[in-house]
Structure formats: structure tokens, C-alpha cells
Write a protein that binds this ligand. Structure first.
Ligand code: NAP
Length: 314
């Protein structure tokens, strides 16, 4: 039996390439602009497997006239023009939930690491300062602090649950109140959230609608002892305002897994010692990446079997 055609766009691990090759006639390209170079028989594909932070536009979708589904590898799908896909009747799927634990673990780990100055502690030992100078200066507690979640979605909730277990006082902002444990405080306005807490965790979706949602006013409200933790997308925070505030000491610190213009991050970050930086590793574990690849392929399999998609976006 002839295999269905699948165009895989972006970076995939060999294990995922092998799994796709077992089921499909696979055409692998680096980015959506390369669709133009595909042979005519590949352009008849009904399905795309996507794994890239680079955008795919409506014009690029139009180069695949038979396109019906873009199955994305990732919970965030801001690289895909979903409105353009919907206009063309193209379904988009993502891989939510299977990565919640790892992303929430990273957010909380970065918060603890920043508060307890663990990177400085490691170099205190390695450099011999411990033996030369004695104890390190005191750090700050991570447990029993007032914390805020900006965007209490799937990942936001997992972060909040972890912080609640650390005896933190939980505050959150979403567009409407959620069904949450007693004692959690809802804030209709992100500035009010930031004013109420010691640390704010950003877990919003990315994309045009949330661009700069964590505004200069939110950053100022967090203040000189406040900490911003961002595991969502660089675009959700006014990065220039955050850098200005960090440099001037108007924001106490930040722990960041995501940036504008990744991986060419603003060089101003490197000069700051009140930030903890990570190279977008929220979901980057073998277990979670395996689960994400499986869910991406399960969505494709459901599509080709004419069954309901598991995790549709549109
Ligand atoms: P989710 O369940 O859809 O939650 C998204 C949150 O964004 C919700 O709280 C939602 O608000 C809020 N939101 C959506 N549209 C909004 C708008 N127009 N204005 C204001 N708020 C809006 O998504 P998730 O699965 O938790 O994932 C969240 C994001 O994390 C992803 O989109 C992705 O960008 C990022 N992520 C990062 C990594 C990493 O490696 N660092 C890994 C996975 C995901 P409501 O509560 O009001 O609905």
C-alpha cells in the first residue's frame, strides 16, 4: 500500500524522523520557505508535521494546495498563522499537557535557583572562595513567599500547585476567575497582581494578542525586590522595559527561559548578575520530547484515519 505523503518542517530528532518514515512518505525541510523547492509530488501532501519557532504563513500554506492539517510539535503554536490556516480550512494541532510537568518544574527550579543564588553558590565552591573567604552572603527564601501566576492555564496551574506545596501564598491573573483551591487570590488586572507579590511567573500563550502583556507598568509594580520568571514566550514581556528596570535596580531579578529574537538574545542580558538565563529548555527532556513526538504523530494518525483530532487548536 502506498504511504501518505508527509512534509516535516523544522528540526526533528532522528527517533521522530524514523517513526514518521515508518508511516509516511516523508519529505523533510528546514523551514517553510523551502516548501517552494519541494518536488511536485510532495506538494500534493495533505499533512505537515511542524517543529519550528520560525513562522509559517498563509502564502506558504498556499504552496500546498491539498493541505488539510498542520500537526505542531509544541504547546505554543505562535509560529503558525492559525487564522490563515482556519481561512483555508486547514486544521492545526499542538502537543499540550504532556509537557506541563517539565515546564512547571523548570519555572519553580529557576525561581529557587535565583532566590538561593545557586549558580553563585556553585562558583563560590569551585573558585575556592569558600575556603578563602568563608560563608557566602545570605540569599532569599523561595518557600512561603507571595507568588503570582500571570496566565493560569495548563502550565500556570502546575506552577501554582508546586508553589502551594512550598507554602507560598498564591495569587493569579487570568481573563476570568478559575476554579482554584480556597485561599488563592484572583486579580483582574496584571498590575494589581504584580503589586501583591514577591515573584511573578508568566505562563501566557505567545502571539500577537499577548505581546507586551507584562508591560512596563507590571514590571514597575513588581519593584526592586520583585522577581519575574518567564517560561512562556519572550514576546509576552516588554523586554526593553524589563532590561531597563533590571539595569536600574527597579526590578529585583528575573529568571528567563524565553527571549525575543532567540537564540540571538539581547547582549544586555549577559552583563546582568540579577538574571538567571536558560536556553528555552522548558520541555527539553527525553521523556517529554518523546511524549510530544508521539502526540504529534497520534494527531496525524487520527487525521488519516478520519477520526477526531486529539488536541486541535482551531
Ligand atoms: P494554556 O493552557 O492555553 O494557557 C494559556 C494562558 O494564556 C491562559 O491562562 C490564558 O488565559 C492566557 N491567554 C490566552 N490568550 C490570552 C489573551 N489573548 N490575553 C490574555 N491571556 C491570554 O497554555 P499552556 O499549555 O499552559 O501553555 C502556555 C504557553 O507556555 C504556551 O503557549 C507556550 O508559549 C509556553 N510554553 C513554553 C515552553 C518552554 O519550553 N519554555 C514549553 C511549553 C509551553 P485564560 O486563563 O484567561 O484563558
Amino acid at each position: 500500500m502506498t504511504q501518505p505523503i508527509l512534509i516535516a518542517i523544522g528540526k526533528f530528532r532522528q527517533i521522530d524522523i524514523d517513526a514518521m518514515r515508518a508511516e509516511y512518505e516523508l519529505h523533510l525541510i528546514d523551514n517553510a520557505a523551502r516548501i517552494a523547492d519541494l518536488p511536485a509530488e510532495a506538494k500534493a501532501a495533505r499533512a505537515v508535521a511542524y517543529s519550528s519557532h520560525s513562522p509559517i504563513s498563509g502564502d506558504e500554506m498556499d504552496m500546498l494546495p491539498g493541505l488539510e492539517i498542520i500537526a505542531h510539535f509544541g504547546a505554543g503554536y505562535d509560529s503558525i498563522d492559525v487564522a490563515a490556516a482556519s481561512q483555508r480550512g486547514v486544521k492545526v494541532t499542538n502537543t499540550p499537557d504532556v509537557l506541563n510537568d517539565d515546564v512547571a518544574d523548570l519555572a519553580v527550579a529557576m525561581f529557587i535557583m535565583q532566590a538561593r543564588e545557586m549558580d553563585g553558590a556553585d562558583s563560590w565552591v569551585r573558585s575556592g572562595k569558600w575556603a578563602e573567604r568563608g560563608a557566602m552572603p545570605l540569599a532569599r527564601s523561595a518557600s512561603a513567599r507571595k507568588v503570582g501566576i500571570c496566565g493560569l492555564g495548563r502550565i500556570g496551574r502546575e506552577i501554582a500547585d508546586r508553589l502551594a506545596a512550598m507554602k507560598c501564598e498564591i495569587h493569579y491573573h487570568s481573563r476570568s476567575p478559575k476554579d482554584v483551591p480556597e485561599g488563592w487570590t484572583y486579580h483582574a488586572d496584571p498590575v494589581a497582581l504584580a503589586s501583591a507579590v514577591d515573584a511573578c511567573f508568566v505562563a501566557l500563550v505567545g502571539g500577537a494578542e499577548t505581546e507586551g502583556y507584562v508591560s512596563a507598568a507590571v514590571i514597575e509594580a513588581l519593584g526592586p525586590t520583585g522577581v519575574l520568571v518567564n517560561i512562556s514566550r519572550g514576546s509576552t514581556v516588554d523586554e526593553a522595559a524589563m532590561l531597563d528596570a533590571l539595569e536600574a535596580g527597579r526590578l529585583g531579578g528575573a529568571a528567563l527561559d524565553v527571549f525575543l529574537d532567540e537564540p540571538q538574545i539581547d547582549p544586555r542580558f549577559r552583563a546582568l548578575d540579577n538574571v538567571l538565563l536558560a536556553p528555552h529548555i522548558g520541555s527539553a527532556t527525553v521523556q517529554t520530547r518523546n511524549a510530544m513526538g508521539q502526540l504529534q504523530r497520534d494527531n496525524l494518525a487520527a487525521f488519516f484515519a478520519g477520526k477526531p483530532l486529539l488536541t486541535p487548536v482551531n
